[in-house]
Design a protein around this ligand. Sequence first.
Ligand SMILES: C[S@@+](CC[C@H](N)C(=O)[O-])C[C@H]1O[C@@H](n2cnc3c(N)ncnc32)[C@H](O)[C@@H]1O
Length: 264
Amino acid sequence: MDEFASLQQSIERLIRIKCSNYKEDYIKRRILSRMRLTNTADFEAYHKYLLANPQEHDLLRNALTINVTKFFRDPEVFEVIRREILPDLARRKNAIRIWCAGCSTGEEPYSLAILAHELMALHQNVTITIHATDIDTGVLQKAMAGIYDRKTLENVDERRLRKHFIAHEDGTFEVRPHLKNLVKFREHDLMSGVPISRYLDAVTCRNVTIYFTEKQKNDLTHLFHSALAVDGYYVIGKTEYLAREVEHLFVPYNAVQKVLRKAA
Ligand SMILES: C[S@@+](CC[C@H](N)C(=O)[O-])C[C@H]1O[C@@H](n2cnc3c(N)ncnc32)[C@H](O)[C@@H]1O
């Protein structure tokens, strides 16, 4: 077995990520980025490093899943958005603006767009715009094309699939124009400030900050606080939390689903 194949076996055993689920080229690029950061010269040296350094397991897992996303990832969070957050916003205003920061290939903003479309059907005076940003232009191109395979859509039920997607003959599904029109994609580095006008009604920033230092995370919390209107909603990833220094900026709304609100 060659060194790369044997490294893949260790990755599957230690990190429980099935390399065969990904394109080989993608896996190689991610491992190469870890090799640069760990000063290891080739796959064999990196393999030894991985076996000897348990802390590398998490870092490699994060590197491999950096753009990973899916429609309605953590469906319970989207239920809170559907049942509570959007109806609350619609009661208070007509033009609702949401920022989806670190949107990757578009599954998260389009999931929000599905909920927005359903709400707008009930409240015809309400418009919802989703501003979706990411630092990676490659993922944004895929997001704008809006073509997905069945796997990433597994949390989308048949009714929504038929209503919001065009089924192509090759088995992929394309987001219909009425959803695409609700989402404005834009390249943006979160370290460079707020890219749209402030007083936003909600911000989602989920599973983005895994590589950020504590200082960067806290700066980002300040940034989102400044971007939101008072009482605006802030949704973070299921495994994420606010550091003590910045906790006072938000009040918990749903602690389990990691939804917060901007404190007055
Ligand atoms: C794991 S994906 C999360 C996608 C989605 N939010 C979700 O939870 O399913 C993380 C995304 O954050 C983006 N990202 C990382 N650093 C960023 C930065 N400094 N500014 C903007 N986006 C960033 C990456 O390009 C990647 O697409």
